[in-house]
Structure formats: C-alpha cells, structure tokens
Design a protein around this ligand. Structure first.
Ligand code: AGP
Length: 609
C-alpha cells in the first residue's frame, strides 16, 4: 500500500525521492507527492496517478533542495485526489508529514483541532498528524519533541516522516505497526517504508521498532527508544542483489519472479538437512515442546492462505496433527480454541499484513506459540512471532505472488516433515528420501519453465472468456484456489475454484459451450475421480485445460489442452502444478492487455484492515 521515502544530505533531494518512489510503485498506489526544504520554506508537489507524472511536475517546478520527504498513497480515507495526496501540512505550511497506516482516532482529533482554529484541506486521517505536530511545535519548537508529543495523541498504526521549514536538513521519523527503515549512505541519510527504496544507496539499515524515533541529518542519525533515550541502532545487512528491482531482460517482474523459483526452492532448502536430520532452529521450540503440539492453525490471507491449504494436507498426512487453515481476518474476530499446546503458523510474504498481524497478537495473548513464515527480514510478522522461517524468495515486486508462494510451500513442507520427525511418525530414511525429492522439484520447475508452448496455447484459448472454473481434488483442490486467484487478480477474468467433487452441487450449472474448466489432473490417489469430473464437464460443452503428469496419454481423450508437468509424488504436486497456472494467468493477462505487475485496486502489502 502506501510508501514513504526521505533524504537529507549533500545531493539534490528530488531525484533521490523520485527514484525511491519508483521503487515503491510495486506496492500499489493512486497518487504521489514530495515536500522539499528550500530557502527556509517547503516546496510541495502532489499528483494523482503514476510517479512519472509527479516526476515531470517536480522537474517543471524546478524543485531544488537537499532535504525532503515523498509518498505514494493508496486511498483509504478520501478518494484519490491531489488534495488527499501526501505530504500534508500544518496550517502555516511550515511542517509537512507523510504517513503510512491509519490514525484510528482521527475524527475526534480533527474535531478538537478544528475547534482550536486549525484549517483542514483534505479528507485524510493523516492531516491530523501535521496539525498535532504544529500544536506541539508552537509550545516547544523542537521537532523531535513535537513529533513525540503528536504521536502520543494518535491511536492506530503509523509510519511517519516529518520535515519542518524551521529545522533545515532534519527529518524526524517514527513508527507504530508500520515499517520504517533507515540507512546512512556516503551522500547522506535516507529513510523509507521498504528497504527496496534505499538499497542502492546502502545495504546497512536499521529497522525501527515500535515507538522508536529517529532524527536524520546530513551528518548522521540520532536514534531514540520509546522512552525518549538516545540509543545505539541495530544494523541489519541486506544481501540481496541490487538488480532485484530490475526486470533483468524479462518483460515484467512477474515473469522474472516465476523464473526465479528454482533458485528459491534451492535457497529455502539449503542447510536444512544436517546429518540426515531436519534442522529448523529458528522455530525456537524444544523437541519436547514440539512433541506436545496437538493442534495447528495456519493463518494467512490470499495466496499465503492457499499455501496453508497445501500445508494442511501435509501436516495432517505426515504428522497426524489436526490442522485448520483460516483466513486471518476471520480468525482474529472469532474465538478459536487455543491451548498452550496449540501451534499457530502465520504465513505472510510481506510480513506486514494487518489482519495476519492482529491474528498473531490475538493467538499469543491466548497462549499459543506462533511461528512466522515470511519473506521480509525484520518485518512485523518476524518480530512478533516466537520463531520465524524466512522463505528466501528475496524481494518480490509483482503484486501477484509467485516465487514467495513457492517459498512458503517449501517452508511449510519442511515444517510438516519436522513435525512428523518429532512425533515419530516417519523414519529418518523416509524423511531423507522425501527431502531429496523435494529438492529435486527445483529441476522439475526448471523443466516446466523451459517449454511454455502448451501454456501459451491454452492462454489463447481462454483469453476471451468471461469466466473460468478451476477444479481439483485433494492437493489439486488447494492448487486450484491459487490458480483462480492468480487469474482473476491480474487478468480481471472472473475465476472460481472448487473441489471437483462439489461440481454437481452447483458450479456445473455454469458450464456451456466453450466455458473454460482448468483442471488439476496430475497423478494422485483421486486421479480417476478427477477424470469423471472432466467427463461431466466435457459433456456440457466445457473447454478443458488439464494440468497432467508427463506420460499420461489418457488425459488427451478428456481435455482440449494439456499442460504436462514432471512426475512427482502427490505431496509435491503443488510445487510443480502451480507453476503452469502462474504462467497461464500471466499469459492471459498479457493477451488481454493488462498491467501484469500492478493490477488495478490491489496493493502488494495490505497494511490496513
Ligand atoms: C497474491 O497474489 C496476492 N496479491 C495477495 O492475495 C497476497 O497473497 C495477500 O495479500 C497476503 O499477503 P502477505 O502474504 O504479504 O500477507
């Protein structure tokens, strides 16, 4: 969702801010703006639409200065408009703020501030922050103190960066439940809501903690803890390639990221089998504690939830522990049965999804151990869980998750194997064999990616449809849900997924001539049942696209288009079968002229409820 950047140093601020905002574009936004200090004043520029438009305006208006803040906004309070775009300012225009998150008590604060004579120019919750800082600054002209005083009045979530015309070269930042990272580069200090916006300047960053505050200046950064004491920063070194933010010759990030998946599988598994035993030390639970686990909840949203559906099959199948998978927005508002022997596994690519975080807090309050699976080092999910596995996908830019999904599935597979190992449900040699076959899926995915002609053919056949049905059974059902989500989110083609056995209970009514049914028909104990569902669909005129196992010639009798994937055990079929579905969704989206990387209305990180 929204993105924050800030720079203070010896170089011109505008190009650095614009470049930072471009790197945050992937998160999804509808307007953008900057505020740059110059000659004892603040120069503000806002635009709706893309950062390109803002960049042109910044150039035309010759926005000069070496200290400034910038923002990309995803509308929550107030429609996308120039007036609602950040930065927002105090009445006198001398204080400007950019903000991520939601200030929950903004209505009462606004009423109070208006009664005190403040004039508001936007419909946003953020604007109250600018006026609160203004109030505090009038009492004590010290930006650090004023920002602290302002945030003490604010309820909700915030990542905040503030500049003041009276304090040249200073940016004050703070956060609560919304990420802020800071780094010192040779040409000055930078802040951003996402490390991707400053990684080209420095790889040594500080991920701020809740309630902490920092004052950035060209000479350095002063950090304060939540109590206001000066502290030493904890530096994290980021070791991704800088080219993570480049397309590397691919037409879009999604395709690049799909092609990175063999590497993700290998990196996620590296070092996990030590002397024939699985090693997941980050879990931070003793063997005795693990052995006591008698119930697992996997909580997540969207694609991460689908990874959870796959995990349920594995954990129940291998470790024989009852496992429920729930969307975090439901879990957080009901009263799930949680005991000290319940393990909650929170899955989140971004590590900052608001509902998932709230569910983690709730589960921990109720006494559960929470284990996070995330892609982002130091993210709120990582920090607030008892233990964490990082999925090693590296930064994912395309809004549609692909490589991080595969990283999640592989990580969850490891967790399921570990639970089976601890519970004594699997022998060591079985675990070793499965681990080896899991590692082999990297090569299988490479093989799938080396020839995508069958996918392209199926995409052409589906591109003009108005709706599509994805079906499968067992693992295939879980994969279908993810296939349908991928298609609808990037191609805007309506898609639904059903456990194939449910067809006769409703969805079959949709079928008529040419209606696309995309079936996961890989070899599994329920293969024959899926074939029956295909026959029923075919009899009603549906156009069948089947994802099937190499060597299965029988399937050609039932399907109009067949996409073959290498033979793997059913337990690993999610890894192989989901790749053609990712490619299919992307190809259909491209044929329909959609923006594959930044689909409308969607944000990469859903940081609000
Ligand atoms: C994935 O393609 C989606 N864009 C979306 O469903 C995503 O998986 C969901 O918002 C959860 O995000 P998270 O993994 O960062 O928590």
């Amino acid at each position: 969702m929204c993105g924050i950047v800030g720079y203070t140093g010896s170089a011109a601020a505008s190009p650095i801010l614009i470049e930072g905002l471009r790197r945050l574009e992937y998160r999804g936004y509808d307007s953008a703006g900057v505020a740059v200090q110059r000659d004892g004043a603040l120069h503000l520029v806002h635009r709706t639409g893309k950062v390109d438009g803002l960049a042109q305006a910044v150039e035309q208006e010759q926005v000069a200065g070496t200290c400034g803040i910038g923002h990309t906004r995803w509308a929550t309070h107030g429609r996308p408009s120039t007036a609602n775009a950040h930065p927002h300012t105090s009445c006198d225009g001398r204080i400007a703020v950019v903000h991520n998150g939601i200030i929950e008590n903004f209505v009462e604060l606004r009423e109070e501030l208006e009664a005190a004579g403040h004039t508001f120019t936007s419909q946003t919750d953020t604007e109250v922050a600018a006026h609160l800082v203004e109030e505090a600054y009038a009492e004590q002209p010290d930006l650090v103190a004023a920002v602290r005083a302002a945030t003490q009045r604010m309820a909700g979530a915030y990542g905040l960066a503030v500049v003041c015309a009276d304090e040249p070269g200073t940016i004050v930042v703070t956060r609560k439940d919304s990420p802020i990272v800071i780094g010192m580069a040779p040409d000055g200090a930078r802040v951003a809501s996402d490390v991707i916006a400053l990684i080209d300047a420095t790889r040594d960053v500080t991920v701020m903690g809740d309630g902490e505050l920092a004052a950035l200046s060209p000479d350095g950064i002063v950090y304060y803890d939540a109590a206001g004491r000066v502290t030493e920063p904890k530096i994290t070194h980021i070791d991704w390639d800088v080219d993570v933010a480049e397309k590397g010759g691919y037409p879009d990030f999604m395709l690049k990221e799909i092609h990175e998946q063999p590497r993700v599988i290998r990196d996620t598994l590296a070092g996990r089998l030590v002397n024939g035993t699985l090693a997941i030390d980050e879990l931070d639970l003793s063997v005795e504690e693990l052995n006591l686990i008698d119930r697992v909840y996997v909580i997540a949203c969207g694609t991460s939830y689908h990874a959870g559906l796959i995990a349920k099959n594995l954990i129940e199948g291998w470790a024989r522990i009852p496992t429920e998978v729930e969307v975090a927005s439901e879990f957080r508002y009901r009263n799930p049965i949680i005991t000290p022997t319940t393990l909650v596994v929170a899955v989140s690519q971004s590590g900052e999804t608001a509902d998932t975080l709230a569910a983690i807090r709730d589960a921990r309050c109720k006494g559960a151990k929470v284990f996070g699976i995330t892609n982002v080092i130091g993210s709120p999910v990582a920090r607030e869980s008892d233990g964490v596995i990082y999925t090693k996908a590296n930064k994912e830019i395309a809004v549609a998750s692909t490589k991080s999904f595969l990283g999640q599935v592989v990580s969850l597979t490891l967790l399921a194997l570990l639970l089976a190992q601890v519970k004594g449900k699997m022998r060591t040699n079985q675990i070793r064999l499965l681990f080896r076959e899991l590692a082999d899926t990297a090569e299988h995915v490479e093989a799938i990616l080396s020839d995508t002609s069958a996918v392209e053919e199926a995409a052409l056949a589906c591109k003009d449809a108005v709706s599509a049905l994805f079906i499968g059974r067992g693992m295939g059902a879980a994969i279908s849900y993810e296939g349908a989500l991928k298609l609808k989110e990037i191609s805007y083609l309506h898609a639904e997924a059903y456990a194939a056995g449910e067809m006769k209970h409703g969805p079959i009514a949709l079928l008529d001539d040419g209606f696309p049914v995309i079936a996961i028909a890989t070899q599994s104990p329920v293969y024959d049942k899926v074939i029956s569902n295909l026959q029923e669909s075919k009899a009603r005129g549906a156009m069948i696209v089947a994802v099937a196992t190499e060597g299965d010639e029988e399937i050609r009798k039932h399907a109009d288009h067949v996409i073959y994937v290498p033979k793997v055990r059913d337990c690993f079929s999610a890894i192989t079968a989901s790749v053609p579905l990712q490619l299919l969704a992307r190809s259909i989206a491209v044929l329909r002229g959609c923006n594959v990387d930044q689909p409308r209305n969607l944000a990469k990180s859903v940081t609000v409820e």
